[in-house]
Design a protein around this ligand. Sequence first.
Ligand SMILES: NC(=O)c1ccc[n+]([C@@H]2O[C@H](COP(=O)([O-])OP(=O)(O)OC[C@H]3O[C@@H](n4cnc5c(N)ncnc54)[C@H](O)[C@@H]3O)[C@@H](O)[C@H]2O)c1
Length: 251
Amino acid sequence: MKFENRVAVVTGAAGGIGRAVCRKFCEMGVAAAVTDLSEESCEKVVSELKNAGGTACAYEMDVTRTESVRNAAEKILSDFSKVDILVNNAGVWKHANRQRNKFADMPEKEWQWILDVNLGGTFRVTQAFLKPMLERKYGRIVNLGSIAGEVGLPGYCDYSAAKAGVILMTKSLAMEVAGENITVNCVSPGMVSAEDHRTQPTNGTWIGRTGDRAEIADLIVFLASDDSAFITGVDYTIDGGRILGPRFCDI
Ligand SMILES: NC(=O)c1ccc[n+]([C@@H]2O[C@H](COP(=O)([O-])OP(=O)(O)OC[C@H]3O[C@@H](n4cnc5c(N)ncnc54)[C@H](O)[C@@H]3O)[C@@H](O)[C@H]2O)c1
């Protein structure tokens, strides 16, 4: 993969997939602005990246707060002079007291929170970095969708709606900025392991296991590379065949 002296911003970078993306960027010589809710959690990632020889800096950024996004964007642009790549990775799907929320009982507050982090956050952060990309006529934006946003997921109507919004926002924005040498793509994972470099066997995917975070990161980083110039407005499912159909229904 080719990267010509690039700077990347990753949101939610202290989490599982975000950290894996930052590691891969640093391996490829891309400088990483590591952003998440707390600067402390970002510092841990940054020290790991620096120990491995990477260039990285930590920034507190709450994607639900416009002020927080603007402040972080200002610092990042001043520290690195530019941003070439944006990975909108910050996301939430678990509800306050349980995994699933039946639609009939879904508190409006939780609906709004899930929409605000996943979809609103993607809007706010993209807006903060798009103008500088337009000025420099270069940009790679990669958004995190989900198979929930492609085929739905019972108990997660809010999350599915938010991620479906991210996927269609990706396509619409891709058309708006294609002439400015900016690509916008989406990566929609299925079942990803909650531990680094580990997968679990499962009947839920045709490949028969969960995904490794590093596998998701590889696809994200490819779409962020100089090599992907002719790919835009695409939502990539990466789910081991999870949404292809029931695994044991051979009709
Ligand atoms: N892990 C999976 O199985 C899976 C499947 C499909 C899609 N995804 C998507 O991939 C992305 C990363 O998921 P993950 O598995 O690494 O999750 P994770 O929970 O490990 O990491 C998410 C990160 O987002 C951060 N975050 C939450 N609210 C935020 C806010 N308001 N502002 C800034 N940061 C905030 C969290 O602090 C956390 O570090 C998410 O968008 C998620 O929806 C994950």
